[in-house]
Design a protein around this ligand. Structure first.
Ligand code: SF4
Length: 359
């Protein structure tokens, strides 16, 4: 008997979503169903600026525009820009000599700037100005012969960039455990800096552990955890104690989005999940749930939150109360290389654009 090869791969069958009635039958809800929508949420000024920078680079220079690393950590933003002609690369070596490359919002080390120059690349630096501030502090403290304890997640692009400003003068402290064991040469001459998107509470816990061990530890002149991170965590802290479930929209590699889930659980949410898209929400999460908190990370376009609200409405969570804990009106000017190009081309947006097309 002859045999024929058969493919073992099966077509992907979409999961049948359980109906609102089926969910209600599984676990009835007591109390009014409602949504507590965090504000501020979503795009921060640094993300908006970086995405606009790529959009404007495409408009003025044409595709392809190369971007080193993800311009911001969000799947939707990255795939949307790819569809418009952006090529994301991991390193400058993947960019053809002489081409245009945009550095992401998370910042780059001097070695990366140098490697771009060595390849004759034209560059637009979309590093968030609040990350640049931390870089400048690292350079300054290193010149003052201080040793820097950089609180942040090793391997994150922002930490790589800041560390790269003064590697001989910097030690990365990832977590409270490392704060308890880190060894330094001169405990009299220490200062701490941090990643901009940490949990405010955990960063302070780490600082206190370090200070207990090294009483002369100096503080930076101002907070490194940025206003957007602080404000989004502030709104979640307000909502979490009242929420049976908190849904955070954001990507897995988005530090500030992941922190929002942790903060929600820490501040009393009974459950909390992160999703990139509304379709990832599992309706069994709604069983027995009256109040749902919703927020989004600093790299998340609002359209993705609105899709979550539509799905929630389908399951009876149509009443939405926005919980406002801070107002934001920060606007950063575009990268200077881009402003010069835009001005020369008569593009009035060089003076400042309020929000990207992807919002
Ligand atoms: S989260 Fe903060 S540091 Fe990061 S891009 Fe936004 S404003 Fe800048």
């Amino acid at each position: 008997m002859s045999t024929t090869a058969v493919s073992l791969s099966m077509p992907v069958v979409p999961r049948r979503r359980r109906s609102p009635e089926e969910v209600a039958a599984a676990a009835p809800v007591t109390g009014e169903k409602r949504v507590l929508l965090a504000a501020p949420r979503g795009y921060c000024a640094g993300v908006d600026r970086a995405v606009i920078a790529v959009e404007k680079a495409l408009e003025h220079h044409g595709a392809p525009v190369y971007v080193r690393k993800q311009i911001v950590h969000n799947v939707h933003v990255v795939t949307s820009l790819e569809a418009q002609g952006v090529i994301f690369v991991e390193e400058n070596e993947e960019v053809p000599e002489g081409a245009l490359v945009v550095f992401s919002a998370h910042g780059v080390s001097p070695a990366v700037v140098q490697s771009a120059a060595d390849r004759g690349l034209r560059t637009i630096d979309a590093t968030c100005p609040l990350v640049t501030k931390v870089h400048k502090e690292a350079v300054r403290f290193s010149k003052e012969n201080k040793h820097i304890l950089l609180i942040g997640h090793e391997g994150h692009e922002e930490v790589e960039g800041t560390y790269g400003e003064a590697p001989e003068s910097t030690t990365i402290v990832n977590n409270p455990e490392e704060a308890r064991t880190v060894q330094v040469q001169d405990p009299e001459n220490l200062i701490w800096l941090s990643q901009t998107t940490l949990s405010v509470d955990e960063a302070m816990e780490i600082v206190e552990i370090l200070r207990a061990r090294f009483p002369k530890l100096q503080d930076p002149p101002s907070d490194d955890i940025c206003y957007a991170t602080t404000n989004r965590q502030g709104a979640i802290k307000e909502i979490a104690p009242q929420a049976d479930l908190v849904i955070v929209v954001g990507s897995a590699n988005s530090s500030n989005s992941v922190r929002l889930v942790e903060v929600a659980l820490e501040y009393g949410a009974k459950a909390s999940y992160r999703v990139d898209f509304a379709h990832e929400i599992d309706e069994t999460w709604f069983e027995g749930v009256a109040s749902v908190g919703v927020s989004s990370g600093a790299s998340v376009p609002e359209v993705l939150v609105q899709e979550v609200l539509l799905l929630l409405a389908d399951y009876g969570y149509a009443s939405v109360e926005e919980v406002v804990t801070a107002k934001e009106d920060i606007l950063f000017s575009l990268p200077k290389e881009l402003r010069a190009t835009m001005k020369a081309a008569g593009d009035p947006d060089y003076k400042g654009v309020r929000s990207s097309n992807l919002l």
